[in-house]
Design a binder for this molecule. Structure first.
Ligand code: IPE
Ligand code: IPE
Ligand code: MG
Length: 253
């Protein structure tokens, strides 16, 4: 039986988040420039977006560029931005055809003008689509997001729109970039690093974490199915006991 056939489609993660890591090492291992790795990584993005759309996953968040990545050498940053513009321009028709809606989280103000414009156009073209929600994390970091939320809450409190006692988890979540997006249930990081690197620190509170040595440019549908199968073997307890979880499942089924 193929890996895909082994998936329980009733128990797919509603939201998968991916730290697409290892492009640079993948290129170096082939005696190539790091940018070559980023180019090849785009093929993996296409492949995984397609897989999620086919399976019926609700949300896919891809960590494409972090706040800290701005500190990389200028030629690499420029190369990534150029790649972003060209890819979005090329792919927007396919996104539309496949009923995929594009979202961006992160500090869009930091992006070069043409990249921001391209992203905004793609978001508006796909805004009415009702299939997969593709969330690109661009110039994103969780600490930036959390500080921004705190600042906006302070401002709204000063303006009388909010009282300190109004700030519940639900209200707080509306101030994050992911307002209206459910928390990731599965977080995948490629290329062997076992860290979060400033990604969705609040939202990943109860996500199942999956780390693989596969470099991002080598990551394909089969690797995704493997990650989802692994997710489906886990018991998600959310602080409760295993007995409580099993009793609850009996009642539901
Ligand atoms: C991930 O690959 C892509 C970005 C961070 C933009 P890296 O570029 O981090 O590749 P490694 O980790 O150096 O191999
Ligand atoms: C995290 O990868 C960011 C992205 C994949 C966009 P990094 O390669 O920047 O993370 P560190 O530096 O290894 O923690
Ligand atoms: Mg890296």
């Amino acid at each position: 039986m193929s890996l895909k056939d082994q998936l329980d489609l009733q128990r797919l993660p509603r939201h998968i988040a991916v730290i697409m890591d290892g492009n640079g090492r993948w290129a170096k291992e082939r005696g190539q420039d790091r940018l070559y790795g980023h180019h090849e990584g785009v093929e993996s993005v296409r492949n995984i977006v397609e897989a999620c759309a086919e399976l019926g996953v609700g949300y896919l968040t891809l960590y494409a560029f972090s706040t800290e990545n701005w500190d990389r050498p200028m030629y690499e940053v420029n190369g990534i931005m150029e790649l972003l513009v060209n890819t979005i321009r090329k792919e927007v028709a396919t996104l539309s055809k496949n009923n995929i809606r594009l979202h961006v989280i992160g500090d869009m103000e930091m992006l070069p003008g043409n990249a921001r414009q391209e992203m905004e156009e793609a978001m508006s073209i796909t805004a009415a689509n009702t299939g997969l929600n593709l969330v690109m994390a661009l110039s994103y970091s969780a600490r930036w997001e959390i500080v921004r939320a705190a600042r906006n809450i302070a401002q709204d409190t000063r303006d009388g729109k909010l009282k300190p006692e109004d700030v519940t988890p639900e209200v707080w979540e509306q101030y994050l970039c992911t307002a209206k997006i459910p928390d990731p249930e599965l977080m995948i990081r490629t290329s062997g690093e076992c860290r979060i690197s400033n990604f969705l620190l609040y939202q990943l509170a109860y996500a199942e974490l999956y780390f693989t040595n596969t470099r991002w440019p080598d990551f394909r549908k089969e690797n995704l199915y493997e990650a989802i199968l692994n997710f489906q073997t886990r018991e998600r307890r959310f602080g409760k006991t295993s007995d409580q979880i099993q009793q609850n499942e009996e009642i539901v089924s």
